[in-house]
Design a protein around this ligand. Structure first.
Ligand code: ADP
Ligand code: ZN
Length: 786
């Protein structure tokens, strides 16, 4: 709706309708934007819940549920109150005169437009001056919506097609150019009944011909709304469901009975599907979807990132041809707009997308599936609200009665805890599956994992990045024409440049992190702000010329692999080579087609891909993530190692994994080597219980960022002090206030960052009634405390 606000008109959302107003004076609503409610009552309730849980403005939370491009800015429009012939008589500055002349000439103009057209500075002062003298008047209106349905002018045949054909035949006898043009257009319309004008023009439609056809009552021009669909042109052949294994069947039945028992107004059940990599979780999702659809319900499926999970998206498309809407950030605003509206009309059985797709307006929502639920891309980490899709999904299912299925090979420690205490129901697929010739499946072992202690390699005089075992295993795989994955934790984290004489490491001036070396351009790049410098030939600090690249990036691994394994074809997969739109899919397709023998990649290869020819995965170093100062470092390292290891041995030839590390006895490395999730879980849950970390306590992370180093520290100290006093005043003993402490990356884009962390059973409670001063941001349940 539009509401009056002062002299302006603003957009608003109706949250509640009541008999009378809580306020003494209320104004009338100006107009409705859409006669139908745009957001369902359950989703409005979800917005309220998000706003309370994450302490975010309610409008930000409702915005998640609004159609794309919905928000409109209020604009200030100026109208002249003087006429052109009065201008010479007025005593005005040159700027005022030009501005007034401009307004008189156009009738009115928006303030921004005036500023741009006349290159003015300080427009507010100028406008106020003119306004005071009664020479201009302000008015307000809303910007035009950013997107509209795409409307394409068409010509529709009114006459029966046979008549059109007959006339066309007669005209062709005539043979004149004019007759031929009319014949062509009539034949096209006889085929399709309606065709876009733009195409008919290529067949010879002219303005005169268009007029004649309409005047003769043969055809009529009309606007047709077309749908911008990103899946258009991709046809997935329909696939029949396979016969489920006993484990899959048991899981699928449990979900099916929850779907049958579901009723609006009663909270839906939640399941945690813990299945090792390649155990057939996706088939369980598909069976659950089948069941939901058979009951007349609709579903939302969340995946960590669309471009990294093309195989998963494809499998949904194959099972439900034409009934899957894909929502992702690569869509144009127009495409997104169209899909959103179609979803709202109930055209799709399933909406698939990353985190934000949770808010797709699916009517009759019966099932929400979150694949790879442990992934931290499900947590919004910037802007507002900083929600976690898993928690938001739980709430949505509570409100709508939909069933929630969380799936992972390496469940988040918190999710597994909730499966233990009964909040979720645990479903397990302990067996990896392998396809047989006949199209069925048989149990297969998980790949064997070997841990290599890099300290021993150094002692034995091996300075290569490949241990002797890994080098031998790669050669063996290549000899058997099999494929290899070399995994490097994080793009270029360690590929910094260091002076071997004085130890100087070039850093980004505004972000205080080491710059990363990029080989081909011999450039140093900051991975926070993208500042780029050419690599120095001598040390900027001591002038020495022994400045060398240290550590490892994917480019360096690729170079080393080419040297160590001559003749092997290598392919690199990281953020640098995947800028283009379909880059991920094309790299994956090339590797699947065996156009390369060795794939060198970072995190992104860990995500649920099925590459049957891969028999060996080499993890160049397990250590990077292990030493981050974050309480989730151990869990994250395990997840990453286990997921990457899961890429090996999916085909009939089996597979092995080699982990290289300087800390082979770390519990996360040991658990990954043994594929022992439960060992990891026990360690983690004990440690968290002891220290009050999630799921036993909750965190809220406050960050202050400022260009002044001392000021930032001071403000953080003041905040910590103020919070402690407030806590004591309210008598909340079970609330720890940690810090102030500098952030792990102490400076980003020129701003120094300081943290104050709250830990307790409800840390947000303390913050609920405090308003945060400028410069502070709040993250409730942060993904990391770095
Ligand atoms: P996950 O999602 O757990 O990694 P997938 O569902 O991708 O596992 O299953 C691994 C492979 O086994 C896929 O190629 C899948 O098509 C196949 N598969 C899974 N279950 C069956 C089944 N019951 N019958 C035939 N093939 C199956
Ligand atoms: Zn920088």
């Amino acid at each position: 709706m539009y509401v009056p606000f002062g002299a302006r008109s603003l957009q608003g959302v109706v949250m509640q309708v009541g008999e009378e107003s809580e306020f003494l004076e209320a104004r009338e609503i100006e107009a409705l934007i859409d006669p139908e409610p745009v957001v369902s009552p359950e989703r409005l309730a979800l917005a309220r819940w998000l706003s309370e849980h994450y302490l975010a403005p309610l409008f930000d939370c409702v915005s998640l549920m609004l159609p794309p491009g919905f928000k409109r800015r209020p604009l200030t429009v100026l109208r002249p109150l003087a006429a052109l012939d009065e201008l010479p008589r007025l005593s005005l500055t040159d700027k005022q005169r030009r501005a007034l002349a401009y307004l008189i000439e156009r009738g009115e103009a928006e303030v921004e437009e005036l500023r741009r057209a006349l290159r003015l500075t300080n427009v507010p002062a100028l406008v106020s001056a003119l306004e005071r003298r009664g020479l201009v008047q302000r008015a307000y209106r809303l910007s035009r919506p950013q997107v509209q349905p795409k409307v394409v002018p068409h010509l529709r045949l009114l006459a029966p097609p046979r008549e059109a054909e007959a006339e066309a035949g007669a005209l062709e006898q005539d043979g004149s150019p004019k007759a031929m043009r009319r014949a062509m257009v009539l034949r096209a319309l006889a085929d399709e009944e309606a065709a876009p004008l733009s195409r008919l023009r290529t067949l010879g439609l002219t303005a005169a011909l268009l007029r004649d056809l309409q005047a003769d009552g043969l055809a009529v021009a009309e606007d047709v709304t077309v749908v911008r669909d990103p899946l258009a042109g991709r046809v997935y052949p329909a696939r029949e469901p396979p016969e489920l294994t006993a484990d899959q069947d048991a899981a699928s039945r449990a979900i099916a009975s929850a779907l049958e028992a579901a009723a609006p107004g009663r909270p839906g059940r939640a399941f945690l599907l813990h299945g090792v990599t390649g155990s057939g979780k996706t088939e369980v999702y598909l069976a659950a979807l089948d069941h939901a659809v058979a009951l007349g319900r609709r579903a939302v499926v969340l995946v960590p990132e669309i471009s990294l999970t093309p195989q998963t998206v494809r499998r949904f498309g194959e099972r439900f041809p034409g009934r899957v809407a894909v929502m992702h950030s690569g869509l144009s605003l127009g495409q997104h707009f169209d899909i959103w509206h179609e979803v709202r009309e109930g055209r799709y059985a399933v909406a698939v997308g990353p985190r934000g797709a949770l808010f797709a307006p699916q009517p009759d929502l019966g099932l929400v599936i979150i694949d790879e639920e442990h992934e931290w891309t499900y947590k919004q980490q910037e802007g507002s609200p900083r929600y976690h899709a898993r928690l938001a999904a739980e709430e949505l299912c509570r409100l709508t009665g939909a069933v929630l299925v969380l799936g992972s090979a390496t469940p988040d420690v918190e999710s597994h805890f909730y499966a233990q205490d009964g909040s979720y129901r645990l479903l397990e697929l302990p067996q990896r599956l392998q396809r047989t010739e006949s199209g069925g499946v048989k149990p297969a072992p998980l790949p064997q994992v070997e841990t290599i202690d890099l300290r021993e390699e150094l002692k034995a005089g091996n300075r290569s990045i490949f241990s002797r075992s890994l080098a031998a295993a790669v050669r063996q795989a290549l000899d058997s024409r099999e494929q290899v994955i070399l995994f490097l934790n994080r793009r270029g984290t360690a590929s910094f440049v260091q002076c071997r004489d004085c130890g100087h490491v070039p850093q980004c001036r505004s972000c205080a992190v080491a710059l990363t070396y990029h080989g081909p351009e011999a450039a140093l790049v900051c991975h926070y702000c993208r500042r780029q410098l050419s690599a120095p030939l001598s040390c900027p600090q001591c002038g020495g010329n022994r400045i060398r690249m240290m550590g490892l990036g994917t480019e360096r691994v690729e170079e080393e692999a080419r040297l160590a394994f001559p003749g092997a074809r290598t392919l690199r997969w990281d953020r640098d080579v995947t800028r283009g739109r379909d880059a991920h899919e094309s790299i994956l397709a090339r590797f699947l087609a065996h156009e390369a023998d060795i794939l060198i990649g970072t995190q992104m290869i860990a995500k649920g891909l099925d590459m049957p020819l891969v028999t060996l995965v080499g993890i160049i170093s397990a250590d990077v993530a292990l030493h981050l100062p974050d309480f989730r470092a151990g869990e994250r390292t395990f997840q990453l190692l286990e997921q990457v290891a899961g890429r090996a041995g999916r085909g009939p030839r089996g597979g092995r994994v080699i982990i290289q590390t300087y800390t082979p006895t770390h519990y996360a490395v040991e658990a990954a080597a043994a594929h022992d999730y439960h060992a990891l879980y026990q360690q983690e849950i004990d440690f968290r219980r002891r220290l009050g970390y999630p799921p036993f306590g909750r965190l809220a992370l406050l960050t202050f960022a400022h260009t002044g180093e001392a000021f930032a520290q001071e403000q953080a100290a003041l905040m910590a002090q103020r919070l402690k006093e407030e806590r004591d005043r309210r008598g909340l003993p079970n609330l720890d206030i940690l810090g102030p402490a500098p952030a792990f990356v102490p400076r980003v884009r020129g701003r120094w960052r300081w943290h104050v962390t709250l830990r307790g059973s409800d840390p947000a409670a303390l913050l609920r009634d405090l308003s945060l001063p400028r410069g502070w941001t709040l993250d409730v349940d942060p993904a990391s405390v770095l």
